[in-house]
Design a protein around this ligand. Sequence first.
Ligand code: TYM
Length: 369
Amino acid sequence: MRVTPWEVSGHIDYDRLTKEFGTSRITKPLLGRLEKAAGESHFMLTRKVFFSHRDLDWLLDRYERGEQFALYTGRGPSGDTHLGHLLPWVFTKWLQDRFDAELYFQITDDEKFVVKEGLELGETTRLAYDNVLDIIALGFDPNKTFIFVDTDYIRSLYKIALEVAKRTTFSTAKAVFGFDNSTNIGTTFWPAIQAAPCFLPSYLKKMNVPVLIPAAIDQDPYWRIPRDIAPRLGYYKPAAIHNTFLPGLQGSDSKMSSSKPESTIFTTDKPDDVKKKIQRAFSGGGATMKEHREKGGNPDTDVACQYLYQMFEPDDKKIKDIFDDYRSGAVSTGEVKDILAKKVIAFLTEHQKKREEAKKKLDKFMLKD
Ligand code: TYM
């Protein structure tokens, strides 16, 4: 298992990961508190797609005392947006709606330029604005959502990043990110830029604002440095809530990733391609139809079942029925794939329409220097 902000591979053991990263599982009482404050539950919480956190209990203490928090999340534009990216954003929208919270959305064209071989800055900036369309298409509140592309907002971020960078030794950065002598210095400084938005709402409002970061657990290393130094800067530590990974089409031992297009459904894929990709997805079913009918399949490893569970079938009763029938062999892999393909195609058809409309709305959302 390898989980860093830039690479996720191997079989992911989330229990081990929470221990190694030092995060906390979302316990039942904490889940209850969050649901109570939100006024409803969300299937990604009850199904433990969002499974871990840092200081969520502290954030709720503040909220219950009447202190409004802001949300912060982001995207590194190294390619087209895929369904895995949308997963935390769908949940972020729910958080924004339920808590009437401002959202700060960082697009890191600079990160993808310094970290990735073979990507030019012009290309990551172009991708940044293209990826923004996917964010707007999800329906975030234009009055409460502030999206910024780093290279076009660096003047505002830079002062905060400097405060962070000055208080972060190379030894700490090495321990957190595994840097060595061959790491370019753009990359060694860069974590200060992803730390900056943790304090941006406080900086802009000139008062301390609690911040909650919804993101997959691969991003957690980035929060260790700002959490360490927040007290020294007089800011609150950012709180975080972590999701598991939507697997790649090839199976649960991989995450959906832009760098592996064959494992990925992009938000711009056409219905026929979506259908073909899903038909080829890893199956947890029997090798033959006969074997499947006799022995049944395993929904925990079946990619189509997992996509329904994590993202595309919010109805608990329907999920239970599909999983029971799949386990007993009454429902085949092909049938589950058909159910999923219909859902994904319906979702993407609507999303692509909204993505087109988003082109006219950019100004309402973008923060620029
Ligand atoms: P990026 O572009 O790699 O990922 C964007 C968001 O999607 C999550 N994610 C996934 N979630 C579920 N299943 C997957 N297969 C999957 N793949 C990616 C990521 O955890 C992330 O939440 N450095 C960041 C950009 C960034 C950021 C942030 C992200 C800047 N500030 C604050 C989160 C929060 C990046 O490259 O994300």
